[in-house]
Design a protein around this ligand. Structure first.
Ligand code: ADP
Ligand code: MG
Length: 554
């Protein structure tokens, strides 16, 4: 044991702590969920490292979390026998340097306490939530496999600094003691703690034991891997709670799929479709993926999108294989036939579940689409084999409908005029610009629907999706329109095939003036109200794509 050293928290951590202490008071129950979740992570990491070295279990192989209350001292202590931390771990994780999520958490705050408290777990700043209820926090910890002398004691009142001290600690793992602030006595009541654990942490897969003043430890949660339990035993509320525990997403998931595949390559999967976007959906390195387990041992988060393709990266959940080797590595995952099979089957399950959701609950599907539609549009490019299925899930704005985007390709095809041979779309920058484009005039006049594609990704999408159910997709802004293909609107007269002399003179004049900048000037039946418009050749990139390429320096 040495004398404690004092260290300063970095400015961002101070800001975070200040916030915890002063303004995240509603929903303060979540501190317990966060600390239990850390204990469960620590148990997962121990089990994983022990695959290589089972002496790490020492003489205490059964993972558990204990919550002990001391009413006289007004403390709660949460103790785990997980991986623990050494001095460097403590400094890295509980202090000096702000973790990567800290800044983003601070940026994402809305000022609504309830909502902000919900963000804590998503941004990896859960530990500090202890300071919502405690005015002093003391951590004792020792890393698995290291000698007792390498124990560490960390203490802080959450203001500017923390004290760090080497101590001797026999027990492996981490004990966190919360000295409760004034008015926090409710958390000394076992009944209250039991209620919080059941509410937020019931499906944590290790036992959470409550130690009252003098009674024997009582396991207060289900303590089993939910995905291994038979479906018929599980209620919607069980699935929903497990989802929250997994994702820290306060919204309920839209739907989920729970499947067990038997046989000599057995696995179980539980996949959820969330209702709202995570903050990092469009960052190149998504911070999470499905959680991969091998026979109930947590192996890794599938951040590299092996278990599901990237365009389904919004799916959250668990895959637990009976037949992968326990020492499976990222490299093995890259080339593994069982993983390929899981990926193929899971992709199909997700696409089928989305189709079902669209059919059964269009409103929920609308929520899905506004959260993740843009990501799903990457699908036909990334996964041509499933392009037809994905195409059926797409939703567009259209001239037929001022609301939306809610027009499917099937809706469109169902409304096609007799004799119409293509699905027409128009791409452009921004919905208002596309909706007001002169290219639409002739289509409006003839009562032909056009899909309005205003997102940058749409250019890639239509470049890879040439048809739907046998009907080709064709740009309303490209090439010469063959009006004979389009059905006539009732009172429509066909435009003259050959322009008269005065029009021809104007065409010649425009051609001379524009010179090299255009490939041709011609009269057209395309327009009804506007005098002129620009079209691109059938085989050239759309204008919007050209703008994108220019912006990218091509
Ligand atoms: P997150 O859990 O999202 O990483 P937290 O703020 O909850 O963020 O925890 C910060 C880090 O502190 C963890 O990633 C882990 O490295 C470490 N830590 C926290 N609690 C424990 C614990 N009980 N056992 C071991 N390490 C822990
Ligand atoms: Mg955490």
């Amino acid at each position: 044991t040495q004398t404690p050293e004092t260290h300063e928290f970095q400015a961002e951590v101070r800001q975070l702590l200040d916030l915890m202490i002063h303004s995240l008071y509603s929903n303060r129950d979540i501190f317990l969920r966060e600390l239990i979740s850390n204990a469960a992570d620590a148990a997962d990491r121990l089990r994983f490292e022990a695959l290589q070295d089972d002496t790490l279990f020492e003489d205490d192989p059964e993972p558990r979390v204990q919550i002990a209350v001391d009413k006289n001292a007004r403390t709660i202590t949460i103790t785990d026998n997980g991986i623990g931390m050494n001095r460097a771990d403590v400094m890295d994780n509980l202090g000096t340097i702000a973790r990567s999520g800290t800044r983003r958490f601070l940026d994402a705050l809305t000022g609504d306490q309830k909502q902000d408290a919900q963000l804590i777990g998503q941004f990896g700043v859960g530990f500090y939530s202890a300071f919502i209820v405690a005015d002093r926090v003391v951590v004792h910890t020792r890393r698995a496999g290291e000698p007792a002398e390498n124990g560490v004691r960390w203490e802080s009142d959450g203001r500017g600094e923390y004290a760090l001290q080497s101590v001797s600690r026999q027990a492996r793992g981490t004990a966190i003691t919360l000295h409760l602030g004034e008015d926090q006595d409710e958390f000394l009541e076992p009944q209250r703690l039991r209620q919080i654990v059941r509410r937020y942490s019931d499906h944590i897969a290790l036992p959470i034991e409550l130690l009252g003043e003098d009674d024997a430890p009582e396991t207060v949660n289900q303590a089993s891997a939910l995905w291994m339990r038979p479906k018929r035993e599980l209620e919607d509320s069980d699935y929903e709670q497990f989802y929250q525990q997994l994702t820290f997403d306060p919204e309920k998931p839209l739907t989920w799929m729970h499947n067990s595949v038997e046989g000599n390559q057995a696995y179980t999967s539980l996949l959820y479709i969330p209702a709202q976007r995570p903050f990092d959906l469009f960052e190149p390195e998504s911070s999470h993926g499905l959680r991969l387990y091998v026979r109930r041992v947590f192996i890794m988060e599938d951040k590299e999108n092996r278990l599901l393709p990237r365009y389904l990266r919004f799916v959250r959940g668990v895959v637990d294989s009976d037949d992968l080797p326990l020492n499976v590595s990222r490299e093995i995952l890259q080339h593994n036939r069982l993983i390929d099979r899981i990926r193929g089957a899971s992709t199909k399950r997700v696409l089928d579940a989305l189709a079902r959701l669209a059919e059964d609950d269009p409103q929920a599907y609308g929520r899905f689409w506004s959260a993740f539609g843009t990501v799903l549009k990457e699908g036909p490019v990334e996964d041509p084999g499933n392009a037809e299925k994905i195409a059926g899930l797409l939703r567009f704005h259209s001239t037929h409908d001022e609301t939306g985007p809610n027009v499917s390709l099937a809706d469109y095809v169902g409304r096609m005029q007799s004799g119409q041979k293509a699905i027409y779309y128009l791409t452009g920058e921004g919905l208002a610009a596309v909706r007001n484009s002169p290219h639409l005039e002739v289509f409006r006049k003839r009562g032909i629907e056009v899909l309005l594609l205003a997102e940058p990704i749409d250019e890639w999408l239509v470049a890879h999706l040439s048809e739907y159910d046998g009907t080709p997709l064709r740009s309303a802004g490209k090439g010469e329109l063959d009006l004979d293909e389009l059905p006539e609107a009732e009172a429509d007269e066909k435009a003259d095939e050959t322009p008269d002399a005065s029009v021809q003179a104007l065409i010649d004049r425009l051609g001379e003036t524009l010179g090299e900048r255009v490939s041709a000037v011609r009269s057209s039946t395309r327009l009804t109200d506007s005098p002129a418009c620009i079209v691109v050749g059938e085989h050239e990139f759309g204008l919007n794509m050209q703008r994108m390429l220019e912006a990218a320096g091509h």
